[in-house]
Design a protein around this ligand. Structure first.
Ligand SMILES: [Zn+2]
Length: 563
């Protein structure tokens, strides 16, 4: 029956007494040691870099911490140390740990619930940008190799009660070791964890499991059903006789940091086109979150950052309110989607051909991925497809850019629009010369400058039918190697300013006064501190919508509006 005759005798020998081979508990702690020592490189380098650990006492602390992580991981695996579960369990731990180690060491990120939200909401395009040889090397060495060895190991067969006794003993001993070390190292441990809060998000792979657990709890705690409506009874302010309906184009930028905009004083010419168009660049704007999944819903909420983050249920957003007030709304996406914001309003992906178009131009869209100018192709047809009666009251168009989405910055600008050379073309950012990395990033900002200028051109063409205005604001910033940090998504409290200081740019049609706004006044107000909290109320102000959710003091433009 069994064809594996060559090893048949050894196999039957093992099956004879059931005690030869490896006990699952031994494998559990062996794997825990591997994970603690080898898969926690980012944690050990971060700890080693602290001045506190330079002394011999510090070295002892680091050693003790390694034993604690081994004990904690071992205790978890001890619960799964059964003949049929231990190998899959270890494989899962190893793969999670290898992926975590790769992203933490390659991009300087930490894995917390908000980063995990980002991971779970990613799309194939984003994943492709993150794939690299380095990723495969990490997974091969840290996970695939030990898993291959593990799978060859024969396991003991023990009675259930005997294995249960062993596992419980292993679990209890691991906890005793852990608690004993907490007691002995308490002074160093509490000081280090308090002063360097990010450290706990580096403990691998427990950080990923913890983040997933938090998300599952949050999701299950959320009441099902549609979000609570807002803007009930919202009204349009009467327009003066002869005034045109407002057309607000809200461009939601991606990963653009304010200090790389020439309009904000950056030394390189990243805004050659906008500089000629009389735009107002608000210099001190702070984002709600440090990643798209956190910022985007917060930006469109009436609650503001604090209210949004402590909300007990879901609400509708700016788009629902504007539509409820009777205006036309369109969300056009060139990224991973609108995170549920546009579910109840007309929406489309930039890569989907506009009405009347057979396909998007290949120079803009390739392989399911589009450059941001695709947002403008066929936009007239998309606008015309919105209900005519609603358009006569006013229009809100949201363009959600791919912007400067990393790490493949070089893919965010077309070949003929790369003024800054040479450009970093790898997605393993540390392998690039820092100046080449910044060149690739600045090229994406210069391309955004071009896209915004063309958007303003499009708005200008509609100046006879509408009173147009453009408002651009990015969802969060980006780290470009400062303090060895890359990308974005650090927990807000510890995020550097590069990740939270975002550009915000307004354009008013010259001659017309959209909603009675004065561009000169906005220019004088450009340095006042603003945040994503202002977006909802400022948009309602521009569109002339009055709703109970509107707060005039949060309307950034209110001081510049003629009474
Ligand atoms: Zn983003």
């Amino acid at each position: 029956m069994f064809k594996r005759t060559s090893s048949g005798s050894a196999e039957s020998g093992r099956q004879g007494d059931g005690r030869t081979g490896w006990n699952p508990l031994t494998l559990a702690f062996g794997a825990a040691l591997w994970i603690a020592v080898l898969c926690n490189g980012p944690l050990w380098s971060a700890l080693r870099a602290l001045p506190e650990t330079a002394t011999s006492r510090g070295a002892l602390f680091v050693g003790g911490f390694a034993v604690m992580i081994t004990a904690a991981t071992g205790a978890l695996l001890a619960l799964l140390a059964w003949r049929w579960t231990i190998k899959p369990a270890i494989a899962l731990f190893l793969i999670s740990a290898a992926l975590g180690a790769h992203f933490m060491s390659t991009y300087g990120v930490v894995i917390d619930p908000s980063m995990m939200t980002n991971v779970l909401q990613t799309d194939p395009r984003e994943v492709r940008d993150l794939l690299s040889l380095r990723l495969f090397a990490h997974v091969a060495l840290l996970a695939a190799l030990p898993i291959a060895l593990l799978w060859r190991l024969p396991l003991q067969r023990r009675r259930f009660a005997a294995q249960l006794g062993r596992n419980l003993a292993g679990f209890v001993i691991a906890w005793l070791v852990l608690l004993g070390l907490v007691f002995v190292l308490f002074a160093d441990l509490s000081a280090t964890m308090r002063n360097h809060r990010s450290m706990r998000y580096l403990i691998n792979p427990v950080n990923s499991f913890y983040a997933l657990g938090v998300l599952v709890r949050q999701t299950s705690a959320k009441p099902a059903g549609p979000p609570a409506p807002i803007g009930i009874g919202a009204q349009l302010q009467a327009r003066p006789a002869g005034a045109l309906p407002p057309l607000l184009m809200l461009v939601v930028g991606e990963t653009a940091r304010a200090d790389h905009f020439a309009l904000n004083g950056y030394a390189r010419p990243t805004n050659p086109e906008l500089a000629k168009l009389g735009v107002v660049s608000f210099a001190d704007v702070t984002s709600c979150g440090t990643n798209t999944a956190a910022s985007l819903p917060c930006m469109f909420s009436h609650l503001g950052k604090r209210g949004f983050e402590s909300r007990s249920g879901e609400h509708e957003n700016l788009l629902d309110l504007v539509q409820r007030a009777g205006m036309a709304v369109l969300w056009l996406d060139n990224q991973a989607g609108c995170k549920g914001l546009c579910d109840r309003v007309p929406h489309a992906f930039a890569g989907e051909p506009a009405p009347g178009l057979a396909a998007m131009p290949a120079s803009l869209c390739n392989d399911g991925e589009c450059l941001d100018e695709a947002l403008l192709v066929g936009l007239d047809a998309r606008l015309a497809a919105l209900p005519a009666a609603a358009r006569e009251r006013g229009v809100l168009i949201v363009l959600h850019q791919i912007g400067s989405h990393g790490p493949a910055y070089a893919k965010r600008s077309p070949p003929d629009r790369k003024p800054f050379q040479p450009e970093c073309t790898t997605n393993v950012l540390q392998q690039c010369d820092r100046s080449a990395l910044v060149n690739a990033y600045d090229n994406s900002i210069a391309y955004t400058d071009h896209v915004l200028a063309r958007s303003i051109g499009w708005l200008g063409e509609h100046g006879k039918a509408y009173a147009p205005m453009l408002l651009y604001v990015s969802d969060h910033g980006e780290s470009l190697g400062e303090n060895n940090l890359y990308l974005h998504g650090l927990p807000y409290a510890m995020a550097p300013r590069e990740q939270t200081h975002v550009p915000m740019i307004a354009w008013l049609a010259p001659g017309t006064s959209t909603s009675g706004l004065s561009a000169d006044c906005l220019q004088r107000e450009r340095s006042k501190p603003l945040s994503h909290d202002n977006l909802f109320h400022s948009a309602l102000g521009v569109l002339g919508i009055r709703a109970s959710e509107y707060v005039a003091t949060l309307d950034a433009f209110a001081p510049c509006r003629a009474p």
